[in-house]
Write a protein that binds this ligand. Structure first.
Ligand code: IVH
Length: 655
């Protein structure tokens, strides 16, 4: 058949082009040519759907959204690494290796080193050279199945090249985003600003809609395998033959002294390296030695991460602004003259609270030393040179609505007491839309700012009156994203009650207490009607939470919003109320994949019957629910002689 032949040809051309561009960084086709071939391929596949294979180049654009991420349990866990922070600790580690291996002090060990990338772990699995599965690291043993998302990462080959290994090959590596790509992405992002490339990479990889993942500039470097090779260096050579990228900075070091020299070089080069790194990984090169060295509980003896020092730079403190948080807390933020620190431009730093400013003795106009360590928000370490400015005065009024601020006895923050303060509204909306709450995709910070500024939204209920037409008139909002947002909002109407409760942003009422309350009372009305005594009667609900709830539900404005939400069709799904549930006292752990329900669902239903659901098997565990592909937890439960249920038994238990 002619179409099949052309299909195969086009696949080969596009795969080669992909490899040249994304893996070798040496393109041979122009973008226009690539697109032309891709369109031709798409046309053939549209006409002959049978020709679509899971690894066709057309699949890189991302498949249909998934309802949830499946868990993925592996036999050989993805380990973590011990850290050292200075030459003395590094030498001590080398000493330890020599002792363990019974070597003389003068014997050298060959190492293999490379930068430690500040990204997120990914395992890619090939069967007979074809990509079959991508999975996140998770807790090492159990991660999430991100196969559909992984397909959109162009530097992950769908077919291995050269002499392809028979059977299964598992390669582990790091997914990351280059610094320049990160800055560009944040600049054009309408609804969210990401704190750092790592968060963006990790979030993108776990997107339920793989088409979104496809739009993110993700890259992948391989760095370890679940199989035997003669050496780390040989493994990297194989990876490159197969078309998998490895760090171009990876290199052998014949002696410990060479490792120390390389460390200094990398620290000096750090700013020029196009992606964020937070240390250097040192591995014993020989796999035979690696095997002899083995592992401690969760990290191998044969590898360490030699961390880089946190990076500090001095800059000028331009001003101290006051931000209003979701709960009305007025927090000072340092505005800085922009300064690049470890690859990210820093222009704000946290000052935590009023006492911190006093402690540092910092005033606008001072030169300050700013530190950025990993993903934490940059902070001011100290004043390096006074600018002779005036001491900063704490706010007497809310900077947004002008209401007089209150500072409770013994508190380090002052607060805006006005619940209708627009700044709090923005914060409220952001919290409401966030993941652990109503999870409204597309309703991000920048959009919320516009909605509040244009007074299109004055409270939560207004969200549900927004139309695609109104939304598409907003800045940087296309017709498609407007329609999607309206759909996302509509879908949020039936979120489970605990999420809605959490989304209300009641002080001291977070994810956990929301869950407990929803379980105990069943419906929103019952919670609204509950007296303080009834609330206090619930296990784990203390006076702070009870008081805060009563306060919230006794304010007429809040009740009015709830009424309007109900009118807008909001219908949080109740969880079954427990009154002496039949699983009271049971500690259940879920593992493996369930076919009939998600784990979240199983968890919620178990909890509704009074069970508490743990994440790891311990002596306290009373039951293990083992789905498909259950791994180490099942083994451990058997060792501890814990009652084990399969999915059918679970269903029976849940009634
Ligand atoms: S090798 C022990 N090489 O760091 C397993 N890991 O702290 C061998 N990481 O979860 C890992 N860059 O995801 C290795 N060049 C690199 C790395 C790297 C980042 C991550 C990895 C692991 C974590 C361990």
């Amino acid at each position: 058949m002619k179409a099949a032949k052309r299909h195969a040809e086009l696949c080969a051309i596009l795969e080669e082009a992909n490899y040249r561009y994304y893996v070798l960084d040496d393109p041979t086709l122009s973008d226009i040519e690539y697109d032309e071939y891709l369109r031709e391929l798409e046309a053939i596949e549209a006409e002959h759907p049978k020709l679509v294979t899971p690894d066709s180049p057309t699949q890189r654009v991302g498949a249909e959204p998934l309802p949830h991420l499946d868990t993925y349990t592996r036999k050989t866990p993805m380990l973590s690494m011990a850290n050292v922070t200075n030459p003395a600790e590094f030498q001590e580690w080398v000493e330890g290796l020599r002792n363990f291996l019974g070597m003389e002090e003068t014997d050298e060990i060959r190492f293999f080193c490379e930068p430690k990338i500040d990204g997120t772990g990914l395992e890619v699995i090939y069967r007979d050279g074809r990509f079959v599965t991508g999975a996140t690291r998770g807790d090492g043993t159990t991660g999430e199945d991100v196969t559909a998302q992984t397909k959109t990462i162009h530097s992950v080959p769908m077919k291995l090249r050269g002499k392809v290994p028979k059977g299964e090959l598992s390669v582990r590596g790091e997914v990351f985003i280059a610094k320049a790509d990160f800055e560009a992405f944040n600049k054009q992002s309408v609804d969210r600003v990401f704190a750092n490339p790592r968060n963006l990479a990790a979030g993108s990889l776990r997107m339920l809609d793989p088409r979104t993942t496809a739009e993110r500039p993700l890259d992948f470097y391989a760095h370890s395998a679940a199989h035997e090779f003669p050496s780390q260096e040989a493994f990297y050579a194989s990876c490159r033959d197969w078309g998998l990228r490895t760090s171009p900075l990876a290199q052998p070091c014949e002696t410990a002294a060479d490792v120390e020299a390389l460390y200094d070089t990398l620290v000096a080069q750090r700013d020029e390296i196009p992606y964020e790194i937070d240390g250097m990984v040192v591995k014993v090169d020989s796999f035979a030695l690696q095997q002899r060295l083995g592992q401690r509980s969760r990290s191998p003896r044969w590898a360490i991460a030699w961390k880089f020092p946190p990076v500090q730079r001095t800059t000028k403190l331009l001003s101290i602004d006051v931000q209003v948080g979701r709960t009305g807390a007025l927090t000072p933020v340092a505005r800085l003259e922009p300064v690049p620190i470890a690859g990210v431009t820093v222009s704000n730093a946290t000052l935590h609270n009023l006492d911190e400013i006093e402690r540092l003795g910092v005033r606008p106009g001072d030169r300050v030393l700013v530190e950025r360590a990993g993903d934490v928000i940059p902070k001011i370490v100290k004043v390096t040179k006074s600018g002779g400015g005036k001491a900063w005065e704490p706010p007497t009024h809310c900077p947004v609505c002008g209401t007089e601020a209150e500072r409770d006895e013994g508190e380090v923050v002052s607060r805006c007491p006005n619940v209708a303060c627009p700044a709090q509204l923005e914060g409220h909306l952001r919290h409401y839309a966030a993941r652990g709450a109503m999870d409204i995709e597309g309703l991000g910070a920048k959009l919320i700012t516009q909605l509040v500024e244009k007074e299109m939204v004055r409270d939560l209920a207004d969200l549900y009156a927004l139309t695609a037409e109104q939304l598409s008139e907003l800045e940087r909002m296309g017709e498609k994203s407007a329609t999607n947002l309206v759909a996302a909002l509509a879908a949020s109407r039936t979120r489970p009650l605990p999420r809605f409760l959490n989304g209300l942003g009641i002080r001291h009422v977070g994810e956990r207490s929301s869950e407990i309350l929803a379980q105990r009372f069943g419906t929103l009305d019952a919670i609204v009607a509950a007296t303080e005594e009834e609330l206090l009667d619930v296990d784990e609900i203390g006076p702070e939470v009870a008081e805060s709830l009563r306060g919230f539900f006794s304010r007429p404005q809040n009740l009015e919003v709830l009424r309007r939400l109900e009118q807008a069709g909001l219908d949080p799904q109740p969880v079954e109320a427990v009154e002496g549930g039949k699983l009271d006292g049971e500690v259940v752990v879920l593992t493996g994949t369930l076919s009939g329900m998600t784990r979240d669902e199983a968890k919620a239903r178990l909890q509704a019957l009074g069970a508490s659901v743990g994440s790891s098997v311990t002596k306290k565990t009373t039951m293990l629910v083992a789905g498909e592909k259950a791994g180490s937890k099942l083994k451990k439960a058997k060792e501890l002689e814990i009652r084990i249920l399969d999915e059918d038994a679970l269903l029976e238990l849940l009634g």
